[in-house]
Design a binder for this molecule. Structure first.
Ligand code: ATP
Ligand code: MG
Length: 510
């Protein structure tokens, strides 16, 4: 491994009410994959944004290839060969892959217009060179997150980066896509001489892909070590500052009446193709039904149908025996369905609004929060929000802070806090712990189990099989919009579920 390519000396970043980075010293070596781990809000993204010139440090110095550099904006970072793929993607959904790739430094035609053919050519060449396949003509909104991420990486490479910062790249990927990404990362480092900094919450991944790892805790860098000297337990303890206990949950014996029933459901996706194809199941009070599947097999559309966000093509949804076929999202909510969406920024939160406003969304018409006219009852609200912030450990300077300035994991905790606070009998939960640190995952899992034991009917959609197995009482597998199997969790193995998830049983079952 080479010499120091980036060196941070005494980096401190103060936001109003928070010290996000506190006297951080960190050295990145040329040609390494350097992992950064730490709890939600520990300051990882902030530190990376400082290297990339998006934030100015309150104090401290940055050396790039030994030279003291004032990274006043991302252009300076890019000129110095630094590129960043953000935690939340920044692509334009209505543009094609090629247009997004060149956005900001477009090839020109007649000095006026973007040369689209050239953009396509560039996309193809880069795809080929780095083994990152994307179709240049497809619109980003029609692409899976895995492919969108490839475009983000290609975009960074197109601008000549040889130091790549990847902020939680695997949070939104399937296990298979993550493996593909790691192969790409290794190739970039070993064959192309790149250097990579990767932030992740999955400690297993740190051990698998990185050469060295640094741990952050509450703004401070608590240590850097060779990955071969690290274990999951060591890293978890460094992150949280104490031992992390992983609890074993027990199946619920107390099953009540059927609260949610779905019959022969058919739903189309955005492009008009059948995404959910004749799905039937039911969930009773006190039960968690896990939906296991590779992402993109209809889970998103299923969840949208179950929350009134997508219309049914055929079939029916009964909530406590009531037919919901023509219900709007607010009808579903009123009938007692709470929803933790997979994409918190698109459908879960209003980023420009405050923490308190986001916590109270959906409460406008509930006593005692409603006031005269449109005004909400201030006192009741501030008590409620303060309690939720405390209970869910949402790390925020105050309830007035805008949601967009929270760390990714804390945004997720906010959505969970709000939805769980509704006391809805039915919970539709998609990817509840995406982007959360180990401690927060443990906390949310405990809450989901408590909700179950309190008699909620829960549908859990997760790309994380460990999560499905840990929480579900029953599991259904979904493949190309169809349910391919249904099991009691105790009677099935991950390997078997894995097979049903890829449609393997269809051929053998005849
Ligand atoms: N633009 C901002 N304005 C105000 N506070 C901010 C801003 N960006 C980050 N913070 C605060 O700085 C702290 C560190 O946030 P950061 O996003 O760096 O955490 P993180 O380690 O990346 O967490 P996560 O794992 O949840 O993504 C948090 O308390 C966050 O609320
Ligand atoms: Mg972050």
């Amino acid at each position: 491994m080479g010499e120091s390519i980036i060196k941070l000396v005494g980096i401190t970043k103060v936001f109003p009410g928070v010290v996000a980075n506190d006297n951080v010293n960190l050295e990145i070596r040329e040609g390494e994959i350097h992992a950064i781990v730490g709890e939600n809000g520990a300051g990882k993204s902030t530190l990376m944004k400082i290297i990339y010139g998006l934030y100015q440090p309150t104090d401290g110095q940055i050396y790039i290839r030994g030279r003291l550099t004032n990274v006043t904006n991302p252009q300076v970072a890019i000129k110095n060969g630094i590129g960043m793929v953000h935690q939340h993607f920044m692509l334009v959904p209505s543009f094609t892959a090629a247009e997004n790739l060149v956005l900001g430094s477009e090839p020109q035609k007649n000095g006026l217009f973007m040369d689209f053919d050239k953009a396509v050519k560039i996309t193809k060449e880069l795809s080929e060179k780095y083994g990152l396949y994307v179709d240049p003509y497809q619109k980003v909104e029609d692409l899976s997150v895995g492919i969108q991420q490839r475009i983000e990486i290609l975009k960074v490479l197109y601008r000549g980066a040889d130091i790549l910062i990847l902020d939680e790249p695997t949070a939104v990927l399937t296990p298979q896509e993550s493996q593909e990404l790691f192969a790409i990362m290794r190739r970039l480092v070993e064959d192309m001489g790149k250097t990579i900094i990767i932030i992740t919450h999955k400690l297993q991944e740190v051990l698998e892909v990185s050469h060295r790892v640094s741990v952050m805790r509450r703004g401070k860098l608590v240590g850097t070590m060779d990955t071969r000297d690290a274990t999951e337990q060591i890293l978890a303890e460094m992150m949280v500052g104490k031992e992390v206990v992983f609890e074993k949950f027990h199946a619920n014996q107390n099953i009540g009446e059927k609260l949610l029933e779905v019959r022969d459901l058919v739903v189309r996706d955005n492009r008009g193709f059948i995404a959910v194809d004749g799905v039937s199941f039911s969930i009773a009070a006190g039960e968690i039904l896990g939906v296991a599947g590779v992402e993109g097999n209809g889970q998103t559309e299923l969840v949208e149908a179950l929350t009134g966000l997508r219309k049914l093509e055929e079939g029916s949804i009964f909530v406590k025996g009531r037919d919901m076929a023509k219900g709007s999202p607010s009808d579903f909510r009123r009938m007692g369905i709470a929803h933790i969406p997979e994409d918190r920024l698109k459908t879960g939160l209003a980023p420009e609004a405050s923490v308190n406003e986001n916590l109270m969304m959906g409460y406008q018409h509930k006593k005692p929060y409603e006031g005269l006219g449109m005004k909400l009852n201030k006192k009741a609200i501030s008590q409620k929000t303060a309690q939720l912030i405390r209970q869910f450990d949402i790390r925020t300077p105050s309830g007035q802070t805008r949601v967009k300035s929270l760390s990714g994991g804390n945004m997720q905790k906010l959505v969970v806090a709000r939805e769980f606070s509704f006391d809805s009998p039915i919970l539709i939960i998609a990817q509840p712990t995406r982007g959360l640190d180990v401690g927060a995952i443990e906390f949310i899992h405990r809450l989901i189990i408590d909700m179950r034991d309190a008699g909620r009917a829960i549908l859990l959609v997760s790309a994380d099989l460990d999560e499905i197995f840990r929480l579900s009482d029953r599991i259904v597998t979904i493949y190309e919009g169809k349910l391919t199997g249904e099991f009691r969790t105790a009677d099935v193995t991950k390997q078997e579920i894995g097979l049903y998830m890829t449609g393997k049983n269809l051929s053998t079952a005849g």
